[in-house]
Ligand binder design. Structure first.
Ligand code: X2X
Length: 340
């Protein structure tokens, strides 16, 4: 009875409001979009492009404002997804690493040495694995719209040119927020310490840690060689894609036309984000790597044999996480990579 009355009331209200300018008044003045890093990092550029496109295509009716530094969760980036689900954040362009404490399947992208190249990464995000991940996000009350990219995470440090796992012995490494990273660096003989990005930057500049792992775009924008991070090893052990997503209630408040605009803008911004994340880091174009070498940085390119030693050393971690991530999903991912 109650339910029917409220439905009648809702219907009446809708009829009174009609569509057009009046309906638009139910929209917020601004929608808060969380990211970890701002422009000019590719991640921030992708989020900004999303905001620009949505603004243009809705004639300013929907205004996205970027809040970088995970500031909407006090810098605790591993709480971003929970905040998005609860509506403390309206929207986000988030890393699969930072969301994996809530959605364990997202660790698929952190399985060491699963994805050897960009084609493998694309085979996951654009294939059945990506669909499973999006479905898990939906089940959690968040609407996923598109993929972008932070990138392949390369290892850097201030002490030694890493060519073998033995070179990593005892290195104090800052790692990100999923426990799989502790496992990986422990297996490699290093001494991992988990910290947020907000804490990582002072830890690097004071030398509280010897090294870190992040995409070279992050390394480059921060000029990490000036922080003593003068050794880079290209090993492509994991990559973190980014996901554009919207809180469910916010999504439901948009008209179907506006949902379409917001979703399409995310896809367009994601394509741009992937392009800038890969610039200078592909087999055809190594210009960013060369620019980094130009700053006196030692960049180690592993031979297949050398790389295999890291694969072997981390294999027990991969196997231990197979069940946690989901054996079926891991199998699907391996097949997608093999068929790329
Ligand atoms: O914290 C990191 O290393 C960063 C910026 O790459 C992520 O948010 C995953």
């Amino acid at each position: 009875m109650m339910r029917r009355t409220s439905m009648l009331l809702a219907g009446l209200l809708l009829a009174l409001m009609g569509t057009g300018p009046l309906a638009a008044q139910t929209y917020k003045d601004e929608y808060r979009v969380s990211t970890v890093v701002p422009a000019p990092f590719p991640w921030g550029l992708a989020a900004e492009r999303w905001a620009e496109l949505v603004g243009e295509r809705t004639d300013g009716r929907i205004k996205l404002v970027i809040y970088p530094g995970a500031q909407l969760v006090q810098g605790e980036q591993t709480r971003e997804f929970a905040a998005l689900r609860r509506g403390l954040i309206d929207m986000a362009v988030g890393s699969t690493i930072n969301w994996s404490p809530q959605i364990v399947e997202m660790n698929i992208f952190s399985m060491p040495f699963l994805m050897p190249d960009y084609a493998a990464l694309d085979a996951l995000t654009q294939g059945p694995v990506g669909e499973v991940i999006f479905e898990r996000i939906r089940e959690n009350g968040v609407v996923p719209l598109a993929w972008a990219e932070n990138g392949f995470r390369e290892v850097t440090n201030s002490k030694v040119a890493i060519r073998t796992p033995a070179d990593m012995a005892g290195l104090k490494m800052r790692v990100v927020g999923s426990p799989i990273y502790n496992d990986i660096f422990t297996a490699l003989g290093a001494n991992p310490t988990q910290m947020s990005w907000a804490d990582a930057q002072p830890a690097l500049s004071t030398g509280a840690v010897d090294g870190q792992e992040n995409p070279l775009t992050i390394y480059d924008v921060l000029k990490m060689w000036e922080l003593g991070q003068t050794n880079v090893t290209l090993w492509r052990y994991v990559a973190d894609p980014l996901i554009f997503a919207v809180n469910q209630e916010v999504w439901d408040s948009f008209t179907p036309e506006d949902q379409e605009i917001v979703a399409t803008a995310a896809v367009d911004a994601g394509a741009y984000g992937v392009e800038v994340a890969r610039r200078g880091l592909t087999d055809e174009d190594q210009s960013l790597i060369e620019e980094i070498e130009g700053h006196g940085v030692t960049v180690v390119r592993l031979t297949d044999e050398e790389r295999q030693a890291f694969v072997d050393a981390t294999r027990p971690v991969y196997e231990a996480w197979r069940e946690k991530v989901g054996a079926d999903l891991v199998k699907q991912a391996e097949e997608s990579v093999a068929q790329r």
